[in-house]
Design a protein around this ligand. Sequence first.
Ligand code: GLN
Ligand code: ZN
Length: 756
Amino acid sequence: MTISQNLGFPRIGERRELKKATEAYWKGDLDYAGLEATGAELRRANWAKQQAAGIDLIPSNDFSFYDQVLGLSCLIGNVPERFGWNGGDMNIDVAFDMARGTDTAIACEMTKWFDTNYHYIVPEFTRDTAFALVGTKIFDEFEEAKAQGIITKPVIVGPGTYLTLGKVTDGSDLNKFDLADELIKVYVQIAERLAAQGAEWLQIDEPIFSLDLDDVQREVIRKAYDALAGVRGIKIMVANYFGALADNRELFTSLPVAALHIDGVRAREEIEAVATRLSDDKQLSVGIVDGRNIWKTDLTRAIDTLQPVLGELGSERLIVAPSCSLLHCPVTLRSERKLDDEFLNWLAFAEEKLDEIVFLARAMDNDLDKEMLAANGAAMADRANSARIHDSAVKSRVSGVSEADYKRFSAYPERATKQQAKLDLPAFPTTTIGSFPQTAEVRKQRAAHKRGDLTDAQYDAFLKKQIAEAVQMQEAMGFDMLVHGEFERNDMVEYFGEKLAGYAFTKFGWVQSYGSRYVKPPIIFGDVSRPEPMTVKWSQYAQSLTDKPMKGMLTGPVTMVQWAFVRDDQPRSETVKQVALAIRDEVCDLEAAGLAAIQVDEAAFREGLPLRRSDWAEYLDWASASFRLTAGGVADDTQVHTHMCYSEFNDIIEAIAAMDADCISIETSRSQMELLDAFVKFQYPNEIGPGVYDIHSPRVPAKAEMIALLEKATEVLPPERIWVNPDCGLKTRGWAEVRPALEHMVDAARELRAKA
Ligand code: GLN
Ligand code: ZN
């Protein structure tokens, strides 16, 4: 019999119960028993759902109050010293302290889980790091499910992945992979104990198989699974997901374990090669239902893909699975009311994906649910042919894009001269990144407008007042280039997505981003176009209030796509090109409306980098081209800005230069301008605004600090190409800190000018 399995289920609950409970617990409004009761209920409901769907191998320990990597750190007692944990029993407060920080200990770093929008808590290693099995969560949850009548398959992040994702924090020359032997011992204990509890399977996630691995990492992997092979009475399944095995395939298939899981969505072309290479003693789990997207699986195509694998392995050795944990999908379509029936019929969230998995496993055993197959075929055909998806005007516009569309008229030096003639900016011109504080009042008015309690006219008047105040403030402070403040925006992607054709929004499509923060990514379902201007009204109004240049403010095509669920029926690059053309229309309209400068933010530019280096060049090529396409329609004397708000620029500096923005603003203040290095080394040819004000903290920086930072910048960059601005937008800050900080910043620029 072909087995069906799941690798992980969303833990947040259908109605975001997890968020409500954890936040109430943090506030002190819910006690531990209450929090634990919510957790237990979520686990119970999730197991019951999977059981009812007919999933054979149901995961446990996929639940977490915060993050599964953090959960592992707690299980094995890897708690940084600053949290004052006594080394005894583990409890949830230790985890929350690590994730959120305490009065005396700063939180552990958090970063993106591979190429998803999920963030994990980064494990810390020092010379004193020791591992011991101090937690019991994985064992407790196994018992909990057992009491519910389900023998689950506990899930844990693997040792290779854990060490790879962690960082050495004591500044020592410790090689974190030297910790492998100690770590592996704990994994062996975990497996032994689960075996004693009666677990049949243990799923160990090693998505680092989708990365470029070096010899040290390979050695750790080899050692780990050799050791685990010695544990009797439990079958180990190693799971790779998010990408192809590529040159790690040999190592992967040779692991001495009972089963292997591969990502058959991201690496469909690899399935057969893995299947044929597998020794007789191994089972293969093929992740054929997309865990990273929300579309229905094309079941006919999936059957066609699985059939040869079945032929190769036989039904006893084939396992049908989602490509990765369903953590990255919204929970269920059942309560979704915002989308119409036709649209809903194209989608499958986590719960609906369970049915697909079970359908496919049964189909392998010739137990074909013909009704479901027919309905699925009809949905596929409907989506493939729907006029809502295919817009011939968009398609012909994309195919008509020419080389010239990707270019400004003149090269940067000539543009710079013309822009200076038009803008007449002083040395070290001052500006901000776009947003001003989204105060409670702003959010309240937006919500009221959304509810219908505020008319369009009332809401407009409110926003205009906000803009007028912001303009007045900037003029009074002496800013050289102004912004309108983005008060009309809920979010830099959602705002535009709601105005573009081809985007849809759900009501309950939440996905965990980190801890109790969830996002509701838009769905790009069809050809994208811009029916009408999206921001012109606000920017034009703002410009009408001042003689100073106003900067129009847009989100770039890569970011617009990166933070959405994307179409699976065309390459991502094609979707990005469509979005680029839509934003280009807005850029041109802003110019026509009299905006002399336009900023196109690409916050997610680096995030889009593929997991393997060999795929980077292709991505960077179309990503930077999409920016040029967005900006290529304006005259030389219109100044195009971009903004990126993260750290690692070294790998992408060439592509950033290829974007050919007249000016880029970046985050640099927290690193004391170190992040400029990449620009300096590369001799970045255009203008740069190195952030001088850390907007992540409520602290108001002193003028002298900002001058010091700017002086550092002038040592390495041509002063005439330096702008003065904060690290990022100010929407998360309050006016009380923003006002003095900006005053100090403008003063710092003045002083620098005077010195020059
Ligand atoms: N213009 C946006 C803002 O100021 C940019 C935000 C971002 O890059 N994350 O909020
Ligand atoms: Zn930013």
